[in-house]
Design a protein around this ligand. Structure first.
Ligand SMILES: *Cc1c(COP(=O)(O)O)cnc(C)c1O
Length: 377
C-alpha cells in the first residue's frame, strides 16, 4: 500500500472544475473522469468504448474481477463474504433485505433518520404479506434525529433474523461510527460513508451502499454479505434481487450496469493511489473537524447533532437568521461553491464532503463562511 498522503487532485490547467458539495450524485475525482474520458472512444486500443462490449466478454469480466479484488483489499473484506454489484439503488435493498433475510423471523430496525425510516417502512410491507415480523427497536424522532436513543431503551427482539441500521444518515448528518452491540447479524446501510474510514467488516452480516455518494456514478449498488446469510430468500423474492442467485452468477444474472461498474473500479484504483481507506479517513476527519470548528466557533452558524454522532461526510448547518439562507446560497454560488442547499426536511445548508472532496475545497468553504458572517452578522 502506498503511503502517499497528498490530498485529492483538484483541477488541471485546462478543465473547469468547481468545489461541489452535492449530497448525491456527488463529485467524482477529476483524475478518474479524465482517465474515463481518455479511454472513452478507444478502450484498451479496441476502437470502441467499454460501454459497447458484452458484459460476458473476457475483457469486461476482467474489469469486474479487478474491481472486486480492489474493493476487497481496500476494505479488508474476509473471504467468507460475497461482494455483489447490483442495480436499483440502496432503496431497492429496503425491499431485498426482508425478501432475502426475514424468512419467517423478526427483523429489528433502528430508526435514526430519513433513510433508516424508509427502510423500516418498506420492510413493514413484507410483514403485512406474512413474510415475518418487523420491529422498530427505537426511533430518534423525538430529538428530530439529532441524537441516537440510548441502547438501554431499545426493544430488541430475542432471536432477531437481523438488525438493520443506517451508519450515516445523509440528510440529518448523523453517523454511527461503530455498529451497536447486538446479537443478531447486523445489516448496515453505508451508502454515504462506505470507504470513508476503516471499518471491521467482520462485525457485520451485510453492508450495502449505493455508488453515487462515495464511489462514483448512480446505477450501481454494492452488497457485501456473509455467506451463511445466503439461501433463505422467500419464494416471493424476485430472482434479480436474490442474493444467493446473484452470488452464483457473479452479479450477472442479467446485464449489469457495465459503465458504472467500470467507473467504480477506476475510483477504487484512485483511492488506492491516495493511500487507501486509512489515509483518506485521516483527511476526511481533518475536513470535518475544520468545518465543525468553524460552525461551533460562531453563534451565526449551528449544527444540532450530538457531537459524538456528527457525520464526517454530510454536515448540515443552519444560520441563526434563516432569512439569510437565500443570500448565503446566492453568494456562495457566486463564489463558486456549489450545491450547498440543505435537504428540505432539515432546511438550511448541507456540505457533503465525501472522499472526492479535497481539503482545499473545505478550506474555501470555511473562508467563505467566515467572510459571510463578518458581512452579515
Ligand atoms: C442516497 C441514500 C439512499 C438511497 O439511494 P438510492 O440510490 O436513491 O436508492 C439510501 N440510504 C442512504 C444512507 C443514502 O444516502
Amino acid at each position: 500500500m502506498s503511503t502517499k498522503t497528498t490530498s485529492t487532485p483538484t483541477t488541471n490547467t485546462t478543465t473547469h472544475r468547481v468545489p461541489n458539495f452535492s449530497a448525491g450524485p456527488a463529485t467524482i475525482p477529476t483524475a478518474v473522469l479524465e482517465r474515463a474520458q481518455s479511454e472513452l472512444l478507444d478502450w484498451q486500443g479496441r476502437g470502441m468504448s467499454v460501454m459497447e462490449v458484452s458484459h460476458r466478454s473476457k475483457e469486461y469480466v476482467a474489469i469486474t474481477e479487478k474491481a472486486e479484488a480492489k474493493l476487497r483489499s481496500l476494505m479488508d473484506i474476509p473471504d467468507n463474504y460475497k461482494v455483489l454489484f447490483l442495480q436499483g439503488g440502496a432503496s431497492l435493498q429496503f425491499s431485498a433485505i426482508p425478501l432475502n433475510l426475514l424468512n419467517g423471523g423478526r427483523g429489528d430496525y433502528l430508526t435514526t433518520g430519513a433513510w433508516s425510516g424508509k427502510a423500516v417502512k418498506e420492510a413493514k410491507r413484507y410483514e403485512a404479506l406474512g413474510l415475518g415480523a418487523v420491529n422498530e427497536v427505537a426511533t430518534g424522532k423525538d430529538s428530530n434525529f439529532t441524537d441516537v436513543p440510548a441502547q438501554s431503551g431499545w426493544s430488541l427482539s430475542e432471536d432477531a433474523a437481523y438488525f438493520h441500521y443506517c451508519a450515516n444518515e445523509t440528510i440529518h448528518g448523523l453517523q454511527m461510527f461503530e455498529p451497536p452491540q447486538v446479537d443478531a447479524p447486523i445489516i448496515a446501510d453505508m451508502s454515504s460513508c462506505i470507504l470513508s474510514q476503516p471499518i471491521d467488516v467482520s462485525k457485520f452480516g451485510m453492508i450495502y451502499a449505493g455508488a453515487q455518494k462515495n464511489i462514483g456514478p448512480a446505477g450501481l449498488i454494492i452488497v457485501i454479505i456473509r455467506e451463511d446469510l445466503l439461501g433463505q430468500a422467500s419464494e416471493w423474492c424476485p430472482l434479480l434481487m436474490n442474493y444467493e442467485h446473484q452470488a452464483e452468477k457473479g452479479s450477472m444474472s442479467n446485464t449489469p450496469a457495465t459503465y458504472a461498474w467500470y467507473l467504480a473500479g477506476l475510483v477504487f484504483d484512485w483511492l488506492e493511489e491516495q493511500g487507501g481507506v486509512a489515509a483518506i479517513g485521516k483527511i476526511n476527519q481533518q475536513k470535518a473537524d475544520l468545518l465543525y470548528k468553524t460552525i461551533d466557533d460562531s453563534s451565526f452558524y449551528n449544527n444540532p447533532v450530538a457531537p459524538e454522532y456528527r457525520s464526517i461526510m454530510n454536515v448540515p448547518f443552519t444560520l441563526a437568521n434563516s432569512n439569510l439562507d437565500k443570500v448565503f446560497l446566492e453568494e456562495s454560488e457566486a463564489a463558486g461553491l456549489m450545491n450547498l442547499k440543505g435537504h428540505r426536511d432539515v432546511g438550511g445548508m448541507r456540505a457533503s464532503i465525501y472522499n472526492a472532496v479535497p481539503l482545499e475545497w473545505v478550506q474555501q468553504l470555511v473562508d467563505f463562511m467566515i467572510a459571510f458572517e463578518k458581512k452579515h452578522a
